[in-house]
Design a protein around this ligand. Sequence first.
Ligand SMILES: [Zn+2]
Length: 318
Amino acid sequence: MTSTQRTFSRRQFLASTGAATLSLAFRPTHAFAQHEGDHLVTQIREAAASAKIEVQSLRGNVSVLTGSGGNIAVLPGREGKLLVDAGIPGTRIEITKALEALSGDPIKHLINTHWHFDHTDGNEWLHAAGASILAHENTRKHLSTSTRVEDWAFTFQPSPAAALPTDVFASHRTLHLNGATIELRHYTPAHTDSDVSVHFVEADVLHAGDTWWNGVYPFIDRSTGGSIDGMIRATEWNLDQATAKTLIIPGHGPVGDRSQLVEFHDMLTGIRSRIAGLKKQGLTQQEVLAAKPSASYDEKWGHLVPPNLFVRIVYAGV
Ligand SMILES: [Zn+2]
């Protein structure tokens, strides 16, 4: 990995957790002097302490909390609050305040959309607060052992036992909680090999985890099974599930709808086909980067995950 590529992945990663942490990415600190990827994750974890949490009410009593890692969906009710994704524990006080403002129900249930730290670091405190943790079996597998993410140049240590999912499933699960039907489905490997969708059926709200990044290029974790083709398949599956009325929560970015998901799909397939064509002609990764195959998309989509990082990830997968 060149230093330029490392800079890109650092910028992307910081940016993905929100504006507060994004500002850190461009601040020259000693922390980035050597093992940049390591310090990057550490910096994001620490920066979460000053992140602001915003609460958006969606439909059917489902709300979303943004600002602490991945977007967190919340369904309060007399059987206890259900959270979809756990955020980063530095934001625990802000998250607790936001949850208490929604209702007085205790926190009882947590679902992880996948294993990444910005969706699972909060598992331990939420479990201690009373939540059972449900996830795909690969989430527990990756959290149980040390797991390397090459494009972040970071090796995650095994999570403490109290942070591990208390229940796992392989393909699907249906929950009945707080008067709602909640359907969970495992995607075939897409952003990782542990992604699940969470559909609040009556409210028609779909949390797509990191299979959708609304309005920006997605990060795709090739180290744990992700690929561009998997992302396209997951997006097509999301499109099949959604009607014009469905509210869709992305892992990162604002809550959106099917029309924005269509744009995301068209961007993914458009860039994939350009890069696959160049690779078929025998161009190396460096030659493809130089050809700027994503150029016509970059202004709209390239402000979070940098274009060069996205092109490298797509090139590797076609
Ligand atoms: Zn992720």
